[in-house]
Design a protein around this ligand. Structure first.
Ligand SMILES: *Cc1c(COP(=O)(O)O)cnc(C)c1O
Length: 394
């Protein structure tokens, strides 16, 4: 009878690894809720390890720190905090620094969820939110008040692609002691490094080009100021917004091929956009990398590469014809998000455009994200879809 106890496997063990020599080209995925300490003194003082060190899973593990160092280097910045989504990165940047009574300037063309966060949640917390013209430059000075705390930029604007003068805005903000943050997801750090132009916080939705395969969500905020970094780390951990170590690993892997993916996708995007621009059914292509775009001069001055994402306005654009166009697409899949290896098409109805402050158009917009398919196939797909659009137009 005593044998039963003897055969029961021991449940007491450690996960210490053996000492045999081993190294790999990929980073380890460190998973942890609990961080363990060597002695009581270390445990008592564990919070003093922030913002860089480890005290509990909510401040991250070495896998997150590895990704943060990698992104900071790409951005030309000193410190980085990663979050579970691009939207979470935008949110912690605002929440770490904006208080009741502050005035915040937000681009009218910024990413939709940031705009909702600002106009609904921040307003509810007693923050005055003002939307500004997305293609603004030094004129931002006239919008500043003594209570202005932060300017939220995006270059170019989400969906409508207006180009702000980032340098001019950052300069005015510095003169007046106002913080600036930019959503740099469209260009990414290989094409544009906002911190080098005087912006305080650079945000990326790593979900898009960094990850590159439409299979994860992740965000980052990079800054040069250690005090700001500490405030961001605290906000990230107090809100419980730690990125999954597995997703950090996938982004680290995505970054290994970022340069070649981007080169191919941006070249294909330019090719497809140029073809569309000369199509009789296309009224306008919104893409700063095209010479015809009103933001092209600023893009050329500040950016060293084009994006893989652009929008277009079609002639007429009746809803029924749009249905026919989307139904005819084969290579392009219908979906939000972008920056992955698969090309995507998205649709933004006319009403939403017309209602926007500083509206660029009152027509529906089509947005294309160019992936790694053969550009000739993508153009053939659009050619077929535009024929279906023409046939369905009354
Ligand atoms: C997608 C996107 C975001 C948000 O990123 P998520 O990871 O999807 O939350 C923010 N800004 C821009 C410009 C985006 O395209």
């Amino acid at each position: 009878m005593n044998n039963i106890n003897k055969e029961r496997p021991s449940m007491s063990h450690t996960n210490r690894l053996d000492d045999a020599p081993f190294d790999s080209l990929s980073p380890p995925v460190w998973r942890a809720s609990t961080v363990v300490f060597d002695n009581l003194t270390d445990f008592i003082h564990r919070r003093e390890r922030q913002p860089d060190g480890y005290s509990y899973g909510t401040t991250g593990t070495p896998t997150a720190r590895g990704l943060e160092r990698r992104i900071a280097a790409l951005e030309g910045g000193r410190h980085c905090v990663v979050t579970p989504s691009g939207q979470a990165a935008l949110m912690i940047t605002v929440m770490a620094f904006v208080r009741a009574g502050d005035h915040v300037l937000v681009s009218a063309a910024c990413y939709g969820a940031l705009q909702i966060l600002a106009t609904r949640w921040l307003a509810r917390l007693g923050v005055e939110v003002e939307l500004y013209r997305p293609d603004i430059g030094r004129d931002i000075a006239a919008r500043l008040r003594p209570t202005t705390r932060m300017i939220c930029l995006e270059a170019p604007g989400s969906i409508t692609m207006e180009m702000p003068d980032v340098r001019a805005i950052a300069e005015v903000a510095r003169e007046r002691g106002v913080l600036t943050m930019i959503d740099n997801t469209w260009a990414g750090p290989l094409a544009f490094r906002p911190l080098e132009h005087g912006v305080d916080f650079c945000i990326e939705a790593a979900t898009k080009q960094f990850g590159g395969h439409s299979d994860l969500l992740l965000g980052s905020v990079t800054t040069n100021d250690h005090g700001h970094y500490a405030a961001l780390r605290e906000t990230q951990s107090i809100f419980g917004l730690q990125a999954s170590p597995d997703d950090c690993f996938l982004v680290l892997r995505g970054l290994e091929t970022l340069k070649v993916r981007l080169a191919a996708q941006c070249a294909a995007a330019l090719e497809v956009a140029s073809w569309l621009e000369s199509h009789p059914l296309v009224e306008r292509v919104l893409f700063p990398a095209l010479a015809s775009d009103p933001g092209h001069a600023l893009w050329k001055r500040d950016f060293s590469g084009g994006g893989s994402l652009f929008s277009l306005i079609l002639q007429g654009a009746p809803e029924a014809a749009m249905q026919a166009l989307f139904a005819a697409l084969r290579c392009f899949r219908i979906g939000a998000s972008w920056g992955g290896v698969h090309s995507l098409a998205a649709y933004y109805p006319a009403r939403l455009q017309a209602e926007r402050p500083f509206a660029l158009t009152d027509k529906a917009l089509l947005r294309l994200s160019i992936g790694l398919e053969d550009s000739a196939d993508l153009i053939a797909d659009l050619d077929r879809a535009l024929k279906a659009y023409a046939e369905a137009t009354p």
